[in-house]
Design a protein. Structure first.
Length: 134
């Protein structure tokens, strides 16, 4: 049972997936910093709000112990900006190069680049015989 688990963990797909999750987490921190530090303040300035994520429409004011009910459209805009940035980076950093390599491989296949033909058994035996004669 442990042998099967070890083979599963050491399979290339699992290791690649683990690396992708770690890098994705680090990349999410970069995008969050970019959105929170640059884009949100600029958009908040446009809408004359102190902070984009706190921007919204108050549906019911706070009464006593009950909190205010706010329609927070700023949170939605912030999430959309993060999504668009992540999608753009994934597209331009992964999809575009992968498509280019796929097309390059397809062109090579269509051009019919000759593959190296391995020597036959007779040729190998002849070469061995000639080496032994020397």
């Amino acid at each position: 049972m442990l042998k099967g688990f070890r083979e599963f963990i050491l399979r290339g797909n699992v290791i690649d997936l683990a690396v992708a999750v770690v890098i994705g987490g680090a990349f999410t921190a970069i995008v969050t910093g970019l959105v929170d530090g640059i884009f949100n303040p600029l958009i908040a300035l446009l809408f004359n709000s102190g902070d984009l994520e706190s921007a919204g429409v108050t549906l019911r004011a706070a009464e006593g112990d009950a909190p205010a009910v706010v329609l927070s459209w700023g949170l939605v805009i912030s999430a959309v900006i993060k999504f668009v940035l992540i999608a753009a980076v994934v597209y331009f950093a992964l999809i575009v190069p992968m498509n280019y390599l796929r097309k390059l491989g397809q062109r090579r296949k269509e051009q019919g680049e000759p593959a190296e033909v391995p020597p036959t058994e007779a040729e190998l035996l002849t070469e061995i015989r000639d080496l032994l004669k020397r």
